[in-house]
Design a protein around this ligand. Structure first.
Ligand SMILES: *Cc1c(COP(=O)(O)O)cnc(C)c1O
Length: 362
């Protein structure tokens, strides 16, 4: 790694591609002859408008977003979306949620404030270590949508097949898997992602919403900022947006396009994750915490035989120059988040470290 940077396995904010950071650094003091940094720019200026428009156009190209979907850049990170989704989409007042871990639980708790929440499937019985069968869910006639967290960042699970929503709108939190593999947007009514996991700096979410779901008949007490239509009508420039995050995300969109798009990124992610999973599968000391079919390519939780040894490996990994490998307290053990920007060499170096630890301690 250049610049003395470390392999940062944090679940978020997470690593950014080094060439993108270098480009940002080069443009820091004077963005392309504008005489200012993007941080100092009016969001109403032509030069910023171009940054915003290109970011949207590149994301559309990258994901193949159909024209009947709007792309929104909304502040408030991921957490605000837990409220915005029910505020905007609960028309009949009933929604179905699949409970797969920490982030779907937060979404459920927030949605309960706005209506009747039906938990139609759950993996709580085995500490959220798998994705429940969603092929025949009991979905009430009047349900407004079916909500999933498509990649549970803390628990390390991901869907290999999307739920059968029986014709209802599918809503997905893609925060920790956004742009990690190709995505057929037409299968969803709404996709949202907090960007600090796989794309850019914290504090913003990308929302992709089918146009017909935008409404102007929300509860009149709904804050203007919380209506998706406000952002759709104003090209996400209703108020001062997170200009800096839009700029950085735009750079990452271009970077991914230049490197062959999402198919190519998915292949890189599969190869990279295989390095770690292949090691875990043959190890007698470290054990993966997730059912094989459901494991995430982005977040890999694993444990040693005891809590004491977990803590010892975390401390030793830190001393060896690996950052943020401590697992979340609800799962324990260790967690390596290996998002798009984590180089394969980073995972190989981690596996070499874990092998050596096992040889010396097991
Ligand atoms: C991180 C994360 C969130 C919350 O994002 P914030 O920007 O911290 O509010 C929501 N969902 C998932 C899946 C996440 O990984």
């Amino acid at each position: 790694m250049k610049y003395g940077r470390s392999y940062n396995f944090s679940a978020g904010p997470a690593m950014m591609p080094e060439p993108v950071l270098e480009e940002i650094a080069a443009e820091m003091m004077n963005y392309r002859g504008s005489g200012m940094c993007v941080m100092e720019m009016s969001h109403r200026s032509k030069v910023f408008q171009q940054i915003r428009d290109e970011a949207e156009a590149d994301l559309r190209k990258l994901m193949g977003i159909p024209p009947e979907y709007k792309v929104l850049f909304v502040q408030g990170g991921g957490t605000l979306q837990f409220a915005m989704v029910p505020m905007n989409l609960m028309k009949n007042g009933t929604a179905c949620y699949v409970e797969t871990g920490a982030w779907s639980k937060k979404a459920i708790a927030e949605a309960k404030k706005y209506g009747d929440v039906r938990i139609v499937a759950s993996s709580a019985d085995r500490n959220y270590s798998y994705i429940p069968d969603c092929s025949d869910l009991e979905i009430p006639e009047d349900a407004d949508y079916v909500y999933i967290c498509e990649n549970e960042t803390i628990n390390g699970t991901t869907y290999s097949t999307l739920p059968d929503t029986k014709g209802k709108i599918l809503v997905a939190d893609q925060s920790s898997m956004f742009l990690s593999r190709p995505c057929d947007v037409s299968k969803y009514g709404l996709i949202w992602a907090g960007v600090q996991k796989n794309v850019g700096p914290a504090g913003m979410a990308v929302v992709i919403i089918r146009e017909d779901l935008l409404r102007d008949d929300l509860d009149p007490k709904t804050p203007v900022y919380m209506n998706y239509k406000t952002h759709a009508d104003a090209d996400s420039l209703y108020n001062t947006p997170n200009c800096w995050a839009i700029y950085c995300c735009g750079k990452v969109f271009k970077y991914l396009l230049d490197r062959g798009g999402l198919e190519a990124q998915a292949r890189r992610n599969e190869e990279k994750a295989a390095v770690l999973y292949d090691f875990l599968d043959q190890s007698r000391f470290f054990t993966g915490a997730v059912r094989k079919e459901d494991r995430s390519l982005m977040n890999v939780p694993f444990v040693t035989p005891s809590k004491e040894q977990d803590a010892d490996v975390v401390a030793a990994s830190k001393a060896a120059g690996f950052d943020n490998l401590k697992g979340h307290k609800s799962v324990g053990g260790l967690r390596a988040s290996i998002y798009n920007a984590m180089p394969k060499e980073g995972v190989e170096a981690l596996v070499a470290f874990l092998k050596k630890y096992e040889a010396e301690h097991a």
